[in-house]
Design a binder for this molecule. Sequence first.
Ligand code: C2E
Ligand code: MG
Ligand code: MG
Ligand code: MG
Length: 272
Amino acid sequence: KRAKSSKDKIIFYNILIDNELQEKSTKERDLREAFHNRELKIFLQPICKYDKTIVGAEALLRWVKKDGSVLPPIEFIQLLEENGMIVSVGEEILRQVCEVLSENNELKFIDINVSPVQLRDEKMAERFFNIVSSYEIDPSKIVIEITENILIDMNDIVKNNIDKLLKYGFELCIDDFGTGYSSLAYLTLLPLKKIKIDKSFVFRLPDDRKSIKLLEAIYNIAKAFQLEAIPEGVENEKQLEILSMIGYKLFQGFFFGKPVPTYEFLKRLTKE
Ligand code: C2E
Ligand code: MG
Ligand code: MG
Ligand code: MG
């Protein structure tokens, strides 16, 4: 009973693989439907000064289902990238961001995450520019977040898109700084606006000496290149105190606010 023949095993594995494929295609169909029904929405997380005043926000994608449940991007972004849907979803994200910016003039910027798949799409930069133009939004209010890993296999299309985005006036940011591609050469090559410091570096504050050293070093790099540096994942006051002592001026994290639906975010903004 226990010992399976290799033929049995193959049949068993095939069933597993079939189930997996089945699940994936169901999820894919659900996602298309969700996109069509406008269930893919941005949430906004505030980016604040020390005193908690909001200066900007990061747009973070959520799947808000009809039953009210909210799925985080880890559950579906990869699938959107694999089937290419991220291109149209990414444009929809930009439209939602433009809507928020046209409703509020005090927000200095909104950061949006852009996937490598989007940057490998030839007409990406033009389409982004057309969208902000149609809303009459100043592109410099939109900060495009890319990760260091996109720079590893920087092909002509990606390079072209980045060049054009910059030419149109969008700002550029390195997300999860220090966790990806371990070459800093891009700091001399790309006209960046800012870097986002990965939460893994903030996580061990306030007690970890080595994290403090690293955050000081990163702060000095940012300063030398005249970049804004925003630590992510600031969850408590002690972390904030240390970061602020090092010199950081802008912060993002649950201590300042979780990502919330756009109407909720705008409500908080107008109360300030
Ligand atoms: P990210 O761009 O590094 O975004 C920051 C993540 O950290 C967000 O997770 C945010 O909710 C979370 N976060 C913020 N403050 C804290 C904190 O104080 N503590 C902790 N533990 N976490 C905090 P989220 O929203 O689940 O997004 C995860 C990743 O998914 C993002 O990482 C980004 O890489 C990707 N993503 C999110 N939205 C989009 C999108 O619209 N397009 C694309 N292509 N990727 C997206
Ligand atoms: Mg980000
Ligand atoms: Mg990111
Ligand atoms: Mg990040």
